[in-house]
Design a protein around this ligand. Structure first.
Ligand code: ADP
Length: 487
């Protein structure tokens, strides 16, 4: 048996392959950008064939001649994105509809008007929002020229990205892991598989859906075509759940926040099914032998993309990293507050119609004040989430951060200050890939459980401790709350 773990990380803007050893050290890494298709405002599509061929190319580049050493494959992926393919030919039938796509907003609004949301939320932990997969499947069935007929003749296969990749790697297995399946609106949090009642609510044919399986274990096998032998696939996990595992948040209450394009916060809820009264999401964190551990999740749609906006649209900064020096160059933001609702507001507000606000401008407000206010907005949004989590009975005791923005140490300190909690940033920042490696290592029996694997495979971390006076914190939160009212 080999001793390395090959992780495929099929993200939104790029796909990657990363090779790990059993201690969690990265041995190799290959990456390809993915084309983003925006056929209309609010629509976002991917070419699933491109995702497969580029993932395969990365996999070949990284595995190279040492493919015989691979003990197991782990896959992590952008969640909610839907692929429709022909199960006989193995080809996509349409462009994949990406998680960011808003085209089903009207359909969601209609279902809400019919009073369906409370039931859907109680059963699936999710809300009626275009973000989730089920409404995207419905759209394809209704509007795509190839998908509807394929459903009628029995050749249609639906799946999220990990499901599509396993189908291609294995040469025909049609499965989806519980962490990805829990983002579809079709899986009850307490149900083993997709639910007939939920499928009929969204009018999705059961026959087109994959079988729901564990996140780690002997899940599938590659065909011998790719490595000259069959390689077990032992980990399948959605990207945010994977980062939670990669951050070692394996006990109830432990929390991570990923600050990339958006910000995604998950708190481990153990075996208790999360029920939110504050518009947070309940989701499956991981599953083995049918036994689930859950998480409570809150996402802000705009995080690093606000910094990109300052750079690319406003031309206020030359690089994202420059915001750190700008923020340090002044004592405070001079009462400038930014509400980053450029794509509406996510949890806990869920106001798709909200728009961004810059308030408190004076003649003294220059680029430093605006850059600082943009970074401060991350802590403000996170503080909003923290209070929703606390009200839902999941208070945080510390926050483990990752994602591209966590490179900004001013922001990390500001998070600690505004949350009044320790913030920890791991030295090895690729927590999403590491989480899938941890799942695959346990699934391949290299470790007895996720805790043992995380202990062996995770490295050190840097801690940021709170040191802000309460009055300063409260004044900032009050200013943010006021600005939020105008968004
Ligand atoms: P994703 O995985 O969502 O594509 P990443 O985790 O790679 O995103 O993070 C990239 C985002 O982080 C970009 O939006 C960028 O603006 C932001 N970013 C990167 N470095 C910094 C920094 N030093 N300070 C502030 N923002 C940063």
């Amino acid at each position: 048996m080999g001793e390395t773990i090959l992780v495929l990380d099929a993200g939104t803007t790029s796909t990657r392959a990363i090779l790990f050893d059993a201690k969690g050290r990265m041995l190799g890494n290959a990456q390809r950008e993915l084309a983003q298709h925006y056929p209309r405002p609010g629509w976002v599509e991917h070419d699933a064939a491109e995702i497969w061929t580029k993932t395969l190319a990365c996999m070949r580049e990284v595995a190279g001649p040492s493919a015989e050493n691979i003990a197991a494959i782990g896959i992590t992926n952008q969640r909610e994105t839907v692929v429709a393919w022909d199960r006989r030919k193995g080809d996509p039938l349409a462009r994949a509809i990406v998680w960011q796509d808003r085209r089903t907003a009207d359909y969601c609004a209609r279902l809400k008007e019919q009073g369906q949301e409370a039931n859907v939320q109680r059963r699936t932990g999710l809300l009626l929002d275009p973000y989730f997969s089920g409404t995207k499947m419905r759209w394809m069935l209704e509007h795509d020229d190839a998908v509807g007929p394929a459903a009628r003749d029995g050749s249609l296969a639906f799946g999220t990205i990990e499901s599509w990749l396993v189908f291609k790697l294995s040469g025909g297995a049609h499965v989806s892991d519980a962490s990805n399946a829990s983002r579809t609106l079709l899986l009850p949090l307490d149900g083993e598989g997709f639910d007939d009642g939920l499928c009929s609510l969204f009018d999705i044919p059961r026959a087109a859906l994959p079988v729901v399986i564990d996140t780690h274990g002997e899940l599938a096998e590659t065909s011998s075509e790719w490595f000259g032998r069959r390689v077990p696939i032992c980990g399948l996990v959605g990207d945010q759940q994977s980062a939670t595992i990669g951050q070692g948040c394996l006990s109830p209450g432990e929390t991570k926040g990923t600050y990339g394009t958006g910000a995604f916060v998950l708190t481990n809820k153990g075996e208790t099914i999360p029920q939110s009264d504050h518009r947070l999401l309940g989701t499956v964190l991981h599953q083995r032998g049918g036994k689930r551990v859950y998480a409570l999740e809150g996402s802000a749609f705009v995080a690093g993309s606000l910094i990109q906006y300052l750079r690319d649209q406003l031309g206020l900064i030359g690089s994202a990293a420059e915001t750190e020096d700008l923020a340090r160059s002044i004592e405070d933001s001079g009462e400038v507050v930014i509400v980053p609702a450029l794509a509406g507001l996510g949890a806990p507000h869920w106001r798709p119609e909200a728009r961004g606000v810059i308030s408190g401008l004076s003649f003294a407000s220059g680029r430093a004040q605006i850059a600082r206010a943009a970074l401060e907005a991350m802590a403000h949004q996170t503080a909003d989430l923290a209070s929703a989590f606390a009200k839902d009975g999941a208070p945080w005791t510390m926050l483990r951060i990752d994602g591209g923005m966590s490179a900004n140490e001013w922001m990390a300190q500001d998070l600690a200050d505004m949350l009044d909690l320790p913030v920890e940033r791991p030295d090895f920042i690729e927590t999403t890939a590491l989480g899938a490696a941890i799942c695959a290592a346990v699934g391949a029996d290299m470790y007895s459980d996720l805790e043992a694997a995380a202990l062996a495979m995770r490295g050190g971390a840097r801690e940021f401790l709170p040191r802000m006076e309460r009055a300063v914190r409260e004044a900032r939160l009050a200013r943010y709350a006021k600005a939020l009212g105008a968004a």
